[in-house]
Structure formats: structure tokens, C-alpha cells
Design a protein around this ligand. Structure first.
Ligand code: INI
Length: 155
């Protein structure tokens, strides 16, 4: 029979970090609440979660790298909100964050979950931060649980 691996959502002894951007804090504070809610509801204690605030989404990769390199975390959640209406730099900010996060993840072997909302308007961003399209922060934390557990299963 072939062997297959699958992550679960119940992890024991796993530690998680969250890197959250202060830019568009109205949205990111809600994403953070969603992520913390998901971790707690899946049995992760507050003592096993560390959160770092960064000025903007562009700064997420460097702090994610620092946290990953400590070796303390089984997965890291990145949270931000990049709104097209706010800036002509939309593509740079969102694109560089995506590239940087992916690079950190592959380089360190620590799964980094992309919980960055990209939208055309503040209204659309809020819809993904706890209103009609769910909460991307909650979803990102659930993905972090699954990835941490999947990696543990493969090891
Ligand atoms: N940062 C965001 O997180 N979201 C944005 O929508 C945004 N806009 O619109 O510019 C943004 N800019 C700041 C950027 O992330 C850096 O903090 C800044 O450029 C300093 O490096």
C-alpha cells in the first residue's frame, strides 16, 4: 500500500509566531484576532504564540526570517493588508512581500503562511477580515497548524 502524509489540526508542543503589519491596522488587528482565535480554539496556549508588529507589509519578510532563524517556531503566520487604492506601489509591496515570505520559508524550512489580504478597497479588505468573506487571519492560522503537523508527520 502506498504511504501518504496528511496534516491534522491538533498539535502538541508546537510553537507559532505571527508577524503582523501595522499599516491598515483597522484590517490587520482583525486578522490578528482571527489568527489568535483559531490557535486558541485548536488548543494552542497563549504561551506558545509570539506576535511581532512591523510597520508595513514590506517589512514582514525580514522579521519573519529573524523569527524563523531562532528555531523556536514550527510555523509562522504573516498578516498584512495591501490596498490598491492606497498606493501606486501596490504591486511592489504585495509582490515583494510574497517573494520574501516564500524565500524565507524555503531557506529556513519553517512554513510561513501567507495571510496578507490584497484588495482594491478598504471595504473589500474588511470583508476578508471577519465579515462576509470570513477571516483570512483565522484561515492562515489553521494552515499553520496543518503545515506544522504535516512536517512533523514526514519527519
Ligand atoms: N503597507 C501595507 O502593509 N499596506 C499598504 O497598502 C501599503 N501601501 O499602501 O503603501 C503599505 N505601505 C508601506 C510599506 O509596507 C512599507 O512599510 C513602507 O514602504 C516602508 O518600507
Amino acid at each position: 500500500m502506498s504511504k501518504f502524509y496528511e496534516g491534522s489540526f491538533t498539535v502538541e508542543g508546537h510553537r507559532f509566531a505571527i508577524v503582523v503589519s501595522r499599516f491598515n491596522e483597522l484590517v490587520t488587528q482583525r486578522l490578528l484576532e482571527g489568527a489568535l482565535d483559531a490557535f486558541r480554539r485548536h488548543g494552542v496556549s497563549d504561551g506558545d504564540i509570539e506576535t511581532a508588529w512591523v510597520p508595513g507589509t514590506f517589512e514582514i519578510p525580514i522579521i519573519t526570517k529573524k523569527l524563523a532563524e531562532t528555531g523556536r517556531f514550527h510555523a509562522i503566520v504573516s498578516l498584512g493588508a495591501v490596498i490598491r487604492g492606497d498606493t501606486p506601489h501596490f504591486e511592489y509591496v504585495a509582490g515583494e512581500a510574497a517573494k520574501g515570505i516564500s524565500h524565507v520559508s524555503l531557506q529556513t524550512g519553517v512554513p510561513v503562511i501567507f495571510g496578507i489580504v490584497t484588495s482594491d478597497s478598504l471595504e473589500q479588505a474588511l470583508e476578508r477580515a471577519g465579515s462576509k468573506h470570513g477571516n483570512r487571519g483565522f484561515d492562515a492560522a489553521v494552515s499553520a497548524l496543518e503545515m506544522a503537523s504535516l512536517i512533523a508527520a514526514i519527519k
